[in-house]
Design a protein around this ligand. Structure first.
Ligand code: ADP
Length: 398
């Protein structure tokens, strides 16, 4: 009941009772006294101020409880007491070292952005670079708890920044790759139009040849960029087509070699070999590897394409050339987009710099593995392992 509200229903009962008593012949003085006491009691009850709850017993987490609470968090968290680190959970100790407990937090973090945030007694956030490793980026958030206590939380933003940098680099590289042939095409077309009278037919023919080559380069680039984005978009869908890998490898290797180089192609395929896959993508993988082996292999040397499905649960495809080989420092970067060990040679042979990036993504989508081995002066071996499928196996659901 709200304080101060007269309980009308109770008052009505009191009145009715008094009337009944009067009708029953009880003396009016007695009834009046009863009405007075009853009504007064009700009035007093209504007028009494509501009971206000006293100050809540101060509940504060003990340091141990606080430590226990944050210990299992996957985020590094520290609690400071008057700028000294009182508690650091496991993630924070892994990040900054166990020695930080008891240290001045400004000493423990050191980075100027973090120190500026911690000097202030106010809540706030700061982006801090190189906290534990040179290239890492952390968002540090500080929240004041009272009694000189503050909680500081660290959120790793390095991966996010890496992805965003990779996107920016990719767009810059792709634009550069597209602009170069476009500029060449425009330049030659302008020369042909402006000097049409003076140009002898042989020179004009040469210019047209260059225009055609550069236009093809543009076409290949756009087609590889589209393949890459399609494969990336599907990277989480497991391909479920039953593929006869032996037939596919033979077909795609011959395709990759082309009529001119077919005589140098050595095919070593065995019996039946089946995988669950995307046949178009697997053909592209074989074509890219075989084309590279011919492009970068020795001019008159053979290229071997071997498929082995007899070793356990994996099909092993090996593409081997006898070229100059690849220096060891390049090997970890070969599958990066637009990475080339010799850009001039790659461009001269019509390379887009995307072939191995496409191979890597196709292998990943098929839950396979790509290994590259190379010896300077002897050649390179690109090996792809794919999970084999028994023929009676039903396709995976979904
Ligand atoms: P590209 O279109 O330039 O051939 P790739 O992505 O297919 O692009 O290959 C990236 C780079 O890896 C090539 O530019 C080349 O420097 C190197 N490379 C690829 N395959 C071979 C190989 N079989 N032998 C030597 N170098 C190779």
């Amino acid at each position: 009941m709200k304080s101060g509200a007269i309980p009308r229903f109770a008052l009505a009962i009191a009145l009715v009772t008094c009337l009944v008593l009067l009708v029953q012949g009880v003396g009016w003085a007695l009834v009046a006294a009863l009405a007075l006491v009853w009504g007064g009691t009700l009035w007093l009850a209504a007028a009494r101020p509501p009971e206000t709850p006293g100050p809540a017993p101060r509940r504060s987490l003990s340091r141990d409880m606080m430590g226990e609470l944050i210990e299992q968090s996957q985020t590094p968290i520290i609690v400071t007491e008057k700028k000294r680190i009182a508690i650091a959970n496991r993630e924070a100790r892994d990040l900054l070292g166990s020695h930080i407990v008891g240290q001045d937090v400004r000493m423990a973090l050191r980075q100027p952005e973090a120190v500026r945030l911690l000097e202030n007694e106010a809540d706030g956030t700061a982006i801090v670079r190189g906290l534990a490793r040179r290239r890492d980026i952390w968002r540090v958030a500080r929240k004041q708890l009272g009694d000189g206590l503050a909680v500081i939380e660290f959120v790793n933003r390095t991966a996010e920044a890496d992805i965003s940098r990779a996107h920016t680099d990719f767009v810059a590289n792709a634009s550069h790759e597209l602009r170069t042939p476009l500029a060449a095409i425009l330049g030659y077309v302008e020369t042909l139009r402006d000097d049409v009278e003076q140009l002898d037919p042989a020179t004009a023919e040469r210019f047209l040849g260059t225009i055609q080559r550069e236009a093809r380069r543009l076409q290949d680039l756009v087609s590889d960029l589209m393949s890459l984005s399609r494969i990336e978009a599907e990277k989480h869908d497991l391909p479920d087509e039953l593929v006869d890998l032996t037939a596919l490898v033979e077909r795609a290797a011959r395709d990759g070699a082309g009529a001119e180089r077919a005589a140098r192609l050595q095919l070593q395929t065995g019996g039946p070999c089946h995988v669950r896959g995307d046949s178009q993508q697997l053909e592209q993988l074989v074509r890219n590897l075989v084309d590279n082996a011919f492009k970068y292999g020795g001019e008159d040397e053979p290229v071997t394409v071997a498929l082995d499905c007899t070793n356990g649960a994996k099909a092993v495809l090996r593409v081997q050339d006898r070229g100059d080989g690849i220096a060891a420092e390049h090997l970890p970067h070969l599958t990066r987009r637009f990475y080339r060990t010799d850009p001039g040679r790659s461009r001269a042979s019509g390379g887009t710099g995307l072939g191995l990036a496409i191979v890597k993504h196709i292998v990943e989508r098929h839950q396979g593995r790509l290994d590259i081995a190379s010896t300077r002066g002897e050649g390179s071996i690109f090996e792809v392992r794919l999970p084999l499928t028994a023929l009676e196996e039903t396709p995976p659901a979904g």
